[in-house]
Design a protein around this ligand. Structure first.
Ligand code: PLP
Length: 469
């Protein structure tokens, strides 16, 4: 693509678009997050650095809690831990009164070790192991969302052995195409998640569950996708789920008191209008109330599982520019010290971001650049065609809305240590997760003793092999 001439516009990053919640710009043009100058944070803790704003995180939890309390009293809001989980995040979410949705023994362990009440844990996943089921039953978690018959059998056996009747919801693939990227659609019929509705699988699974010892079928669950920006899919989703609930009731004589409709609310990455908790709560409750009234059913208790919309806009990612490359006639490249190792989303599904020069917020964004990472993949892009003040080596770049599905998907590709995570509030910064070290990289690496370097012996061995051949 041809490079554009620098824009004559004097538009600055501070003026160009709304700042992320909880941030501000000071008189020197520095981005301030939670009362902390991010350039100071970068100097002190190094980059790449993920900064999470505790006040915003709490406000997002409360927005969900209050919206559902207003529209659907008794509703359960469970934070989807996969979006990002540290013990500090778990502690904040617990203190704000939310439930938590976990998908692995690891997430469960981290949540419980932060003091998250087990009763408020919902365990998801399409292949929970026997060990994870044992761990969750022993902890006394509130609910399992059963995804398939193999899991149902494993869970029933383990619960029966303990003399329990475990509360269970069935995950349903409702055959709804969400309006989002294919990789984050989960409700279609051809999905690895849940019991297919269309073919009658879901009803048969409910009948089997209701008749199985050790399990107490309390509800249905569906999650149709992520980064949804409107509620178009809500009415058809609710209709299908209520039809199924009624069919289960008449086939098994079991009233399903809970309806969990997953997460998925979208956030602002560039110029999207986020789907507000109030809008979602209003749409869900209106559809459920109308659908139940038409069927003469008592409305079930609603549950939702927001992840991205709780933590996404509470986080920013900071990187330092290390090198630049200019090819005549093309958009220049600016390379930073992170990339696909800490944020795979642009490479995985072309996710777009707002990026700013965090120490130059009052300067015109006149230069078009591609911001790329440091990893050995040509696809290691972080932002294409970003507009920044002409970048200099040493500039600090901030990516907004970096709190969800970045750190949890981070890898050690190229054996680059994973970044440090901070929690900021009221001018104070606390480390949530330390930066990985080279010692950490070797902590699980075992060098068999027979391979320990013994240069003389090795050379002799090579020689004798050589002469034998
Ligand atoms: C079952 C389930 N619940 C909740 C979520 C959270 O979705 P989001 O982060 O988009 O709110 C997901 C995300 O994949 C999910 O699979």
């Amino acid at each position: 693509m041809l490079a554009q001439e620098p824009s004559p516009s004097r538009e600055t990053a501070a003026a160009r678009r709304p700042l992320p919640p909880g941030t501000d710009v000071d008189g020197r043009g520095h981005l301030i997050d939670g009362g902390c100058d991010v350039t100071d944070l970068a100097r002190r803790y190094g980059t790449p650095l993920y900064v999470f704003n505790e006040t915003v995180l709490r406000a997002n939890c409360r927005a969900y809690r209050d919206a559902f309390a207003a529209y659907a009293p008794g509703a359960m809001v469970a934070y989807a831990a996969k979006a990002c989980l540290t013990r500090a995040i778990a502690a904040v979410v617990a203190a704000e009164g939310l439930h938590i949705d976990v998908v692995s023994g690891g997430e469960l362990h981290v949540a419980l070790s932060a003091g998250f009440p087990a009763e408020r844990v919902v365990f998801h996943g399409n292949n929970k192991t026997a060990a994870e089921i044992t761990q969750a039953l022993d902890a006394g978690i509130g609910r399992f969302v059963v995804d398939n018959l193999d899991e149902m059998d494993r869970l029933a056996e383990a619960a029966t052995r303990r003399g329990l009747r475990q509360r269970v919801l069935l995950r349903v693939a409702p055959g709804i195409e969400a309006h989002t990227h294919e990789y984050i659609q989960t409700g279609s019929q051809d999905s690895k998640f849940g019991f297919d509705l269309e073919s009658g699988q879901a009803l048969r699974a409910a009948q089997r569950c209701a008749a199985t010892g050790g399990l107490r079928l309390v509800g249905l669950h569906a999650h149709i996708g992520s980064q949804l920006l409107d509620t178009r899919a809500v009415p058809p989703l609710v209709e299908r789920m209520l039809d199924l609930a009624r069919a289960v009731e008449s086939a098994c004589g079991v009233r399903l008191g809970e309806l969990n409709l997953g997460g998925g609310a979208g956030i602002r990455y560039v110029d999207e209008e986020a789907l507000a908790p109030r809008t979602l709560a209003a749409a869900l409750t209106a559809a459920v109330a109308a659908g139940c009234a038409r069927r003469g059913m008592e409305p079930p208790v609603l549950a939702v599982e927001p992840g991205r919309s709780v933590v996404g806009e509470a986080g920013i990612a900071l990187y330092t520019v290390g090198s630049r490359k200019r090819v005549p006639g093309l958009v220049p490249y600016v390379a930073v010290d992170g990339g696909m190792g800490d944020n795979i989303r642009p490479a995985l599904y072309g996710a777009a971001y707002t990026v700013v020069a965090a120490g130059r917020m009052h300067e015109p964004c006149a230069q078009q650049v591609h911001v790329v990472g440091r990893y050995c993949e040509s696809g290691d892009f972080l932002a294409r065609d970003a507009m920044l003040p002409a970048p200099e080596v040493g500039d600090l770049l901030a990516f907004y809305a970096a709190g969800a599905y970045q750190v949890p998907m981070a890898s050690n590709y190229n054996l680059v240590p994973r970044p440090c995570l901070l929690l900021v509030a009221n001018g104070r910064a606390d480390v949530m997760v330390e930066r990985e070290t080279y010692a950490d990289l070797c902590a699980r690496d075992r060098l068999p003793e027979r391979l320990l370097a013994r240069p003389a012996a090795a050379a002799a061995g090579m020689g004798s092999l050589g002469s034998a051949g």
